[in-house]
Design a protein around this ligand. Structure first.
Ligand SMILES: [Zn+2]
Ligand SMILES: [Zn+2]
Length: 275
C-alpha cells in the first residue's frame, strides 16, 4: 500500500512483547525508518488486570531494552526518533502496581487505555445487543473519566474503543449523544491535565472503517481546551506501521490543531503542519 507519512509520528505500536503480536522489534523500527517518520514509538501492552504481573514486568522491561538497544546500534544514524513507551491498560484496576510500573520502567510515552471494564473481559470478547451495548458504554465512559482524572499516562488511547466491536462487528450504531456529557467530562479532564487525545487509525483497516475516535471528538476536544493530539496506527506487524497517519493528520489539521504531538521523556513535542 502506498503511504506518505514522511515526517509524521506513529506513537502506538506493538511488538512480540505484547501478548497479541509476534512482530520483531527490529522489523518494526526498520519500517519506521524506511517511511522516514519523524518519530516512532513502541507501546507494548501493559494490561494491569493481568494475573501474572511478574512476567508482564519482564516483558515491558525487555520491550524498552530492545528499542534502546536498536536505536543505539543498527538505527543510530536514522533520521527517525525512536521512542520508548507502553500502552497501560486498565491502570486503575490495579493502581498500586500501575504506579510502581510507571516508576520502575521509565519510558518516553504512556498511552492510557481501557480494554475491559472492571470484572469483565476485553470488549473484543463480549457480545452485544442494543441494550447491553448502551449499558457497557455508560460504564465505559464512567471508568474512562476516573482514568482521565487519575492521569497516569500522557495520551488517552482509542477513546471510542468499544465501537470497534459494537459497530464494527455487531453493526449496532449506538446513539452517542446519550454519552455527550460523559465524553465532555473525559475530554475536559484531559485538557485540564494537559494530556493528549489519541487518534487511533486501526479502525481504518478493519470493519468499522473509521478512526477511533472520529473528527467530531477532535473538534470537541479543541473547544474544551485540548492542545495535544497523538496518532497511532496500533500496528501489530511491520506492514501496518504508519498506516492511516496521513489521513489522521488531515483530520487533526481540519479540527484546528497546529500540528501533531509526540512525547519525549513525557514532554509534549509539537510537529507543526506545513503551512
Ligand atoms: Zn489498545
Ligand atoms: Zn494497542
Amino acid at each position: 500500500m502506498l503511504q506518505s507519512c514522511k515526517g509524521l509520528a506513529d506513537c502506538h505500536t506493538h511488538t512480540c512483547y505484547s501478548f497479541d503480536s509476534e512482530a520483531d522489534p527490529a522489523e518494526m523500527l526498520a519500517r519506521a525508518d524506511e517511511l522516514e517518520l519523524f518519530a516512532y514509538c513502541v507501546t507494548d501492552h501493559c494490561e494491569m488486570n493481568s494475573t501474572d504481573l511478574a512476567s508482564l514486568e519482564r516483558d515491558m522491561k525487555a520491550s524498552v531494552r530492545a528499542v534502546k538497544q536498536l536505536r543505539s546500534s543498527r538505527f543510530q544514524d536514522s533520521a527517525t526518533h525512536f521512542l520508548t513507551g507502553l500502552e497501560l491498560g486498565q491502570g486503575l484496576q490495579n493502581r498500586t502496581e500501575a504506579e510502581r510500573f510507571l516508576r520502575e520502567i521509565p519510558v518516553d510515552f504512556v498511552i492510557g487505555s481501557l480494554h475491559n471494564l472492571a470484572g469483565e473481559e476485553d470488549f473484543y470478547y463480549l457480545s452485544y445487543t442494543e441494550e447491553t451495548a448502551a449499558a457497557y458504554l455508560e460504564r465505559y465512559f464512567d471508568e474512562l473519566l476516573e482514568m482521565a482524572e487519575w492521569g497516569g499516562f500522557d495520551s488517552l488511547g482509542h477513546l471510542t474503543y468499544p465501537l470497534r466491536y459494537i459497530t464494527g462487528i455487531y453493526r449496532i450504531r449506538p446513539d452517542m449523544t446519550r454519552y455527550r456529557y460523559k465524553v465532555d467530562a473525559v475530554l475536559s479532564a484531559l485538557a485540564k491535565g494537559d494530556r493528549a487525545l489519541e487518534v487511533n487509525t486501526s479502525g481504518l483497516r478493519n470493519e468499522i472503517g473509521e478512526t477511533l475516535p472520529t473528527m467530531e471528538y477532535l473538534v470537541r476536544f479543541r473547544e474544551l481546551g485540548g492542545k495535544h493530539i497523538t496518532i497511532g496506527s496500533d500496528a501489530h506487524e511491520a506492514q501496518h506501521v504508519g498506516a492511516g497517519l496521513e489521513q489522521a493528520a488531515k483530520m487533526i489539521k481540519k479540527a484546528g490543531f497546529p500540528g501533531i504531538t509526540c512525547y519525549i521523556g513525557h514532554k509534549p513535542f509539537l510537529i507543526p503542519f506545513d503551512k
